[in-house]
Design a protein around this ligand. Structure first.
Ligand SMILES: C[S@@+](CC[C@H](N)C(=O)[O-])C[C@H]1O[C@@H](n2cnc3c(N)ncnc32)[C@H](O)[C@@H]1O
Length: 249
């Protein structure tokens, strides 16, 4: 996991800088976000100009930058991997802190909204993550998630290293235990496809990364990981789900 989220993150930023500013956000979203998924979250969280948004597990920072470009929200990126923090600083002008979701360095009720995209399924501390997102957001607790959810529990050997896909039932139990409720949900397969221009930019970044680092172990591990997840999605074993959450009254 560290290969993907640390080393490859820095390589991605280097490539995006050379390809130009119009490649920065698509490159920074290679970790999970598509424009339609981000639009859905921005709208459901009702993000507005000048409001603060914690992006927990921000990766290279593309999703937060997308939200800032669309709404002029002010993101704070939180990310445990040093390479990803540096990559986000290289590509975007938003503040980044290196920290873990289970202990966000953010005061209680001090931000307007928070999201964690593709993060809950990469940590065992899932309840802690949800509790922290709730702790730092002001009432009503506008929280967004993108989660890879398992249709049925997967065998241990089937789960790509470092992933912990909850079933939908397990996810709902977690949300409830954290003191949250699901306000709205949507499978990403219900959303508009990725625009051609965005895909072309992501493909250009990937082609350049492969050309430069195809022989590197870190790149091969990251590719293997993403292929395994792609296969599980194609087989209907897991799916990418969006959630808009609020504090449970
Ligand atoms: C699939 S990537 C998604 C990155 C980014 N959110 C995006 O959508 O492009 C998962 C991210 O979660 C981060 N992560 C993993 N465990 C974490 C934890 N315990 N706390 C915070 N972030 C974590 C990883 O370092 C990585 O950047």
């Amino acid at each position: 996991m560290s290969a993907e989220f640390d080393t490859v993150a820095e390589w991605t930023a280097d490539v995006a800088v050379e390809l130009g500013p119009d490649h920065h956000v698509p490159a920074g979203c290679r970790g999970s976000g598509s424009p339609a998924a981000l639009d859905w979250l921005v709208e459901r969280l009702d993000l507005a100009s000048g409001e603060t948004l914690v992006d927990c597990g921000a990766g290279v920072g593309g999703p937060a930058a997308y939200a800032a470009q669309r709404t002029e929200v002010r993101p704070l990126l939180v990310e445990p991997e040093a390479g990803a923090c540096r990559a986000a600083r290289t590509l975007f002008a938003h503040p980044v802190v290196r920290a873990d979701a289970a202990a966000l360095p953010v005061a209680d009720g001090s931000v307007d909204a928070a999201w964690a995209l593709g993060v809950l399924c990469t940590t065992e501390a899932q309840l802690e993550l949800l509790r922290e997102l709730l702790r730092v957001t002001r009432t009503p607790g506008r929280i967004g998630l993108l989660v890879l959810v398992a249709a049925e529990p997967l065998g241990e050997a089937e789960v790509p290293e470092g992933n912990h896909f909850p079933t939908m039932d397990a996810f709902h139990r977690l949300v409830d235990e954290a003191g949250l409720r699901v306000d709205e949900a949507c499978g990403t397969d219900q959303l508009d496809p990725v625009p051609g221009e965005w895909s072309r930019r992501v493909d250009a970044v990937t082609a350049e990364l492969t050309a430069r680092h195809g022989d590197d172990r870190a790149w091969q591990q990251a590719e293997r990981q993403s292929d395994l997840i792609g296969e599980l999605i194609a087989d209907g074993r897991i799916s990418a789900e969006l959630f808009s959450l609020r504090r449970r009254r």
